[in-house]
Design a protein around this ligand. Structure first.
Ligand code: TYC
Length: 100
């Protein structure tokens, strides 16, 4: 079924794909101060103090936690922003992506 006659069925019509979503994960370490992690979650993931504290404590206790779920490009940008900010402040905090 081509498009020569402008006849393209609903099933095959070109349409924008919904972007695949990616989880941004925060990883625990032994050195990054808890307050710094809370600041990161507030600054880059727009969490309030209560939510940021909850996520930070979850990561501290379980080793990993979800900061948010975003389209790839946004998730990648957030990971880079967090890693740059941690490096600037000489903390070993790590953040990564996984497909949702
Ligand atoms: N485990 C760190 C400490 O005891 C706190 C921490 C929490 C570090 C979450 C990283 O993603 C993290 N200071």
């Amino acid at each position: 079924e081509g498009d020569q006659d402008g006849l393209v069925g609903i099933a095959t019509r070109a349409r924008p794909k919904k972007p695949s979503m990616f989880r941004v994960l925060m990883l625990n370490d032994d050195y990054t101060p808890m307050e710094f992690v809370v600041m990161v979650l507030k600054r880059f993931f727009h969490m309030d103090l209560e939510q940021a504290t909850r996520v930070m404590l979850h990561v501290h206790q379980r080793g990993v936690g979800v900061c948010g779920v975003f389209p790839y490009e946004i998730a990648e940008t957030k990971v880079n922003q967090v890693m740059d900010f941690a490096k600037q402040n000489q903390h070993p905090l790590r953040c990564t992506l996984e497909k949702a």
